[in-house]
Design a protein around this ligand. Structure first.
Ligand SMILES: Nc1nc2c(ncn2[C@@H]2O[C@H](COP(=O)(O)OP(=O)(O)OP(=O)(O)O)[C@@H](O)[C@H]2O)c(=O)[nH]1
Ligand SMILES: [Mg+2]
Length: 194
């Protein structure tokens, strides 16, 4: 880190950097969500299925997020685990209208939660029950039941209903994530002070 960066950090001018993994099945809307969180002049108009992964950035009032937007296609899902150590938070996206593959989404989530690089860490997980605009979408409560989210006891989690095309529900989710990360920072500082 250069002297300028250090100074900016001390003066509170530089936002804390957080690495986030964006996971979920293909076609759930991960890239669309991340794109909508970027400033409007950095947003792209045509979103195509992600190949492998892509690294994206967006900022909130106090944090600077670097997102690993992973492809959800079956053949690329084995890439996810290589980034688990790197991730400080997870955004997990579900297509709420894809009832047929809800069981596949649950399998991928369970595999993630049981992975040694994730299992014993208190990472915040933000779920987006996406595509709420579609007529056959199920509610976020139903999504959370089908994924058995109530069984996640050792990590803070939150589910938001979203429509990534209109950008609805995204801000609420990201505000929650920011609160979780800043709270855990201040509790770590409290621990160090003791
Ligand atoms: N109706 C509707 N369509 C959406 C929504 N979010 C995303 N889509 C559409 O769903 C399709 C897939 O979106 P992507 O963002 O590419 O999905 P992804 O999860 O990144 O897919 P992979 O990169 O293949 O893993 C695109 O046609 C999007 O326009 C939503 O909230 N509602
Ligand atoms: Mg994508």
């Amino acid at each position: 880190m250069g002297l300028f960066d250090k100074l900016a950090g001390w003066l509170g001018l530089k936002k804390k950097e957080v690495h986030v993994l964006c996971l979920g099945l293909d076609n759930s809307g991960k890239t669309t969500i991340i794109n909508k969180l970027k400033p409007s002049n950095a947003q792209t108009q045509d979103i195509v299925p992600t190949i492998g992964f892509s690294i994206e950035k967006f900022k909130t009032s106090s944090l600077s997020f670097t997102v690993f937007d992973m492809s959800g296609q079956g053949r690329y899902r084995n890439l996810w685990e290589h980034y688990y150590k790197e991730g400080q938070a997870i955004i997990f996206v579900i297509d709420s209208s894809d009832k047929l593959r809800m069981v596949v989404a649950k399998e991928e989530l369970d595999t993630l939660l049981n992975h040694p690089d994730i299992k014993h860490r208190r990472l915040p997980i933000l779920f987006f029950a996406n595509k709420m605009d579609l007529r056959d979408a199920i509610s976020s409560v139903k999504v959370s039941q089908l994924l058995s989210l109530e069984n996640i006891k050792d990590k803070p989690w939150h589910i938001c209903a979203s429509d990534a095309l209109k950008g609805e529900g995204l801000q609420e989710g990201v505000d929650w994530l920011q609160d979780q990360i800043t709270q855990s920072d201040s509790s770590n500082e409290d621990m160090r002070d003791k």
